[in-house]
Write a protein that binds this ligand. Structure first.
Ligand code: AMP
Ligand code: ZN
Length: 140
């Protein structure tokens, strides 16, 4: 499994820095975003390090999309949003800030006024942990 010792998401996969983990399998890892644009904002990554979509292997990408669906279904069950976006950024022009490919799972509300290039605002860690538990128990 390719890994970058300086990559924050590789460190999360390895358990070297903490995360609000939602799900893990052989190829993928899902956890809560700590600067949530909306309640329930989660991230899904391949364990194999690749900077962006362009460098991601087909098998890692396929596994990541399947896990993103699994997390999205759990978020929908747990939080009953009005809708949900999967967002995936590549490069600075797309506001990619972490250079390990990832898919954002973003629950939406009709009145949330969420923009695609949102500002990073630290979340309430207790609230994130509580929401993570609601999603975990809703996951198949
Ligand atoms: P992007 O800007 O599309 O590259 O998304 C990267 C996301 O990673 C941002 O939404 C950050 O809030 C999130 N993020 C960065 N560091 C962490 C971390 N240690 N734990 C959880 N989420 C993180
Ligand atoms: Zn990485």
């Amino acid at each position: 499994m390719t890994r970058d010792p300086d990559c924050i998401f590789c460190k999360i996969v390895a358990g070297e820095i903490p995360s609000f983990k939602l799900y893990e399998d052989a190829d993928t890892f899902a956890f809560m975003d700590i600067n949530p644009v909306n309640d329930g904002h989660a991230l899904v990554i391949p364990k194999e390090h690749a900077e962006s979509l362009y460098a991601t292997s087909g098998s890692a990408l396929a596994a990541t999309v399947l896990t993103a669906k699994r997390v999205a279904v759990a978020v929908d069950r747990a939080l009953a949003p009005s809708g949900l976006n999967l967002v995936q950024a590549n490069g600075p022009g797309a506001a990619q800030s972490v250079m390990h490919v990832h898919v954002h799972v973003v629950p939406r509300r009709f009145d949330d006024a969420t923009l695609l290039n949102w500002r990073l605002e630290p979340g309430d860690m207790d609230a994130i942990a509580a929401t993570a538990e609601r999603i975990r128990v809703a996951m198949d």
